[in-house]
Design a protein around this ligand. Structure first.
Ligand code: ATP
Length: 244
C-alpha cells in the first residue's frame, strides 16, 4: 500500500534520512519508533509532502507521490497531529468537519455537522461537545476531537504523530485503545510515530525502528521483545547508556 524506497534527506551538513526503506501493507498498522531527533517527524513530513526528500521514492497503492498526485492522494489521508492542533476560533464540530466543508465535494453545513456529531460519538464525545470551543475541552477531549477530525472523511490511510504526548498514562491508554479500535474497524492503513512504548504495544501490527538515518529493525509487534537488536532493547527498556 505504502512503499518508501531509498529515502534521503540532509539539512545543511546533517544527514537525517540516509536511505529509508519501508513498506506498509494495506490495512496494516505500522509504528515507527526511534530516539529524539532520529528523523521520525522528517520521515512523516516527507510522506505528507511537507518536506521534499533529496532522493528516494514514495508510492501509495502503486502511484508515485509526486507534486502532481499529491492533491488526489491527500483526500485519502487522515492525520492526528501532536497536541491535536485544533483551530481555537472554530467550534469543535467545525474542526471535525473542516475538510468536509471545503473543496469540490463539500457537504452542506447540516450534513457536515451530522457527520461531525457521529464521529465525535465514535471517539466517546457526546453531541453537547459539538458547539464548544477547543479551549473549553480537557487535553484528553481535545485529543479525541483531533481523532474525530482525522477520521471525518473516512480516510484509507491515517497518520498519528505522537498520539499520547501530553496525556497522563490512563488517558494515553484510552487514546491508544481507541486508535487501535478505529483503525481495525475502518480497515485503514496506519502509520504512527512515537516514543511511547504503550502506544507501540496497543497500536502496532508491525514496528520499525529508525536509527542513524535508516530502518535498523523492522518486524511484528509481537516479536519486539525478542528482536535481538541492542538498540531496540535499549528503546524498550528506556536505558540511557550509549551503544557503539
Ligand atoms: N526544517 C528543518 N531544518 C533543519 N533541520 C531540521 C529540519 N527539520 C528537522 N531537522 C533536523 O532533523 C533531525 C530530526 O528531526 P525530527 O524532528 O524528525 O526528529 P524526531 O525523531 O521526530 O524527534 P522527536 O521524537 O524529538 O520529535 C533533527 O536534528 C532536526 O534538528
Amino acid at each position: 500500500m505504502i512503499a518508501i524506497e531509498g529515502l534521503c534527506k540532509t539539512f545543511g551538513e546533517t544527514p537525517v534520512l540516509r536511505g529509508v526503506d519501508l513498506r506498509v501493507a494495506r490495512g496494516q498498522s505500522l509504528v515507527v519508533i526511534g530516539g529524539s531527533g532520529t528523523g521520525k517527524s522528517v520521515l512523516l513530513k516527507c510522506i505528507l509532502g511537507l518536506v521534499e526528500p533529496d532522493a528516494g521514492r514514495i508510492s501509495i497503492a502503486g502511484e508515485p507521490l509526486g507534486p502532481r498526485h499529491r492533491e488526489a492522494l491527500f483526500s485519502r489521508f487522515g492525520m492526528l497531529f501532536q497536541g491535536a492542533a485544533l483551530f481555537d476560533s472554530l467550534p469543535v464540530w467545525q474542526n471535525v468537519a473542516f475538510r468536509l466543508l471545503r473543496g469540490p465535494g463539500r457537504l452542506t453545513r447540516r450534513a457536515a455537522r451530522q457527520v461531525a456529531v457521529e464521529k465525535l460519538g465514535r471517539v466517546g464525545l457526546g453531541p453537547e461537545v459539538a458547539d464548544r470551543f477547543p479551549a473549553e475541552l480537557s487535553g484528553g477531549m481535545q485529543k479525541r476531537a483531533g481523532l474525530a477530525r482525522a477520521i471525518a472523511a473516512d480516510p484509507e490511510i491515517i497518520f498519528f504523530d505522537e498520539p499520547t504526548t501530553g496525556l497522563d498514562p490512563i488517558m494515553a491508554g484510552v487514546i491508544n485503545t481507541l486508535i487501535r479500535e478505529i483503525v481495525s474497524d475502518m480497515g485503514a492503513t496506519a502509520i504512527t510515530i512515537t516514543h511511547d512504548m504503550s502506544s507501540v504495544r496497543s497500536i502496532a501490527d508491525r514496528v520499525a525502528m529508525l536509527h542513524d538515518g535508516v530502518i535498523r529493525w523492522e518486524g511484528p509487534a509481537a516479536g519486539i521483545d525478542r528482536s535481538g537488536d541492542p538498540y531496540v532493547d535499549q528503546f524498550i527498556h528506556g536505558r540511557a547508556e550509549l551503544l557503539p
